[in-house]
Design a binder for this molecule. Structure first.
Ligand SMILES: C[S@@+](CC[C@H](N)C(=O)[O-])C[C@H]1O[C@@H](n2cnc3c(N)ncnc32)[C@H](O)[C@@H]1O
Length: 236
C-alpha cells in the first residue's frame, strides 16, 4: 500500500466514519444514502446482494430489513459472518448459483461488484458493464413484481446498451452518484424501481412506486450530483 494512498485514506471522511462506526467499508455510506432516498430497503425485505465482501453493504442492508427480512450475499472473497446474512462464497457466473438461490424471490437485488482493475479504461468499463448485465439477469429472474435493482457501473459508451436491455423491465430507471462515491471516479449506480414482472411468468404489475426527490437535500455543499432520469420507452 503506497504512502500517498494511506495518507489519502486517513483524510477521507467516509473512510474514517466507516472505521469509527464499525462499518467494514466506506462503501456502506453509498448504500445508506441510496436507501435513504429510494424505497429499496424496507423492514421485512428479502435482499440479494452481489459483490458483498467485506460486508459494508450487507451490514447496512441487514439494519434496514431487520429480523423479519433476509440478506443473501454473493461474493467469492471471504467475509466475517453477519447475523441474518447468508454468505454464498461464489462468483455470479457460478453454474451452481441458481441451485443455491433455490428459486427464492427477492424485493431488491443489489450489486456493488467491481471487476479486477486492469488500468485500461475500455477493458475495465466493458467488464463492469458485463457485471451489471449478469446482476440484471438475476434481477429479472428473481425479483418480485414491484422490486428494485441497484448496480454499480463504471460509466462509458457501452452502458446505454445494457440500460436498453434492463430499463424497460422497470417502471422507473435512473443513474445516480452518491456523495460517498469519489468525485474523480467514473463509478456511478443505475437504479431500476418498480420491476414489471417476468412476462413468461405472467407476474402481475409492480406495486412499489417510488417518490424520490429530484435533488438531494442530504448531499454536502458542493457535491456534484448526477441524477438523470431515463424514461424506459425512450431507450427502445
Ligand atoms: C467494491 S467491493 C464490494 C464492497 C462491498 N459492497 C462492501 O460494502 O463491503 C467489490 C466486490 O465485488 C466482488 N466481485 C467481483 N467480481 C465478482 C463476480 N464475478 N461475482 C461475485 N462477486 C464479484 C469482489 O470480490 C469484491 O469483493
Amino acid at each position: 500500500m503506497g504512502r500517498r494512498f494511506v495518507a489519502e485514506r486517513r483524510s477521507d471522511r467516509y473512510y474514517r466514519a466507516a472505521q469509527r462506526e464499525g462499518l467494514r467499508s466506506r462503501a456502506a455510506f453509498k448504500l445508506d444514502h441510496l436507501a435513504d432516498r429510494y424505497p429499496i430497503l424496507r423492514p421485512g425485505f428479502r435482499v440479494l446482494e452481489f459483490g458483498a465482501a467485506p460486508g459494508g453493504w450487507s451490514l447496512i442492508a441487514r439494519r434496514y430489513v431487520g429480523d423479519r427480512g433476509a440478506v443473501v450475499a454473493v461474493d467469492p472473497r471471504p467475509m466475517d459472518p453477519i447475523p441474518g446474512v447468508t454468505h454464498l462464497r461464489m462468483r455470479i457466473e457460478s453454474p451452481n448459483l441458481g441451485e443455491r438461490l433455490n428459486d427464492d424471490r427477492f424485493h431488491t437485488v443489489l450489486s456493488d461488484m467491481s471487476p479486477r482493475i486492469s488500468g485500461a479504461y475500455a477493458t475495465d468499463h466493458a467488464r463492469s458493464v458485463d457485471l451489471v448485465r449478469a446482476a440484471g439477469a438475476w434481477a429479472v429472474e428473481l425479483l418480485r413484481p414491484g422490486g428494485s435493482f441497484v448496480a454499480k457501473v463504471f460509466d462509458g459508451d457501452l452502458l446505454p446498451l445494457a440500460e436498453a436491455e434492463l430499463a424497460p423491465r422497470f417502471r422507473r430507471w435512473q443513474r445516480t452518484k452518491p456523495p460517498a462515491s469519489r468525485e474523480a471516479s467514473s463509478e456511478m449506480y443505475v437504479l431500476g424501481l418498480g420491476f414489471r414482472g417476468r412476462p413468461d411468468r405472467a407476474d402481475p404489475g409492480g406495486a412499489v412506486e417510488s417518490a424520490a426527490p429530484a435533488t438531494d437535500p442530504a448531499a454536502p455543499p458542493g457535491t456534484r450530483y448526477i441524477d438523470r432520469r431515463i424514461e424506459p420507452d425512450s431507450l427502445l
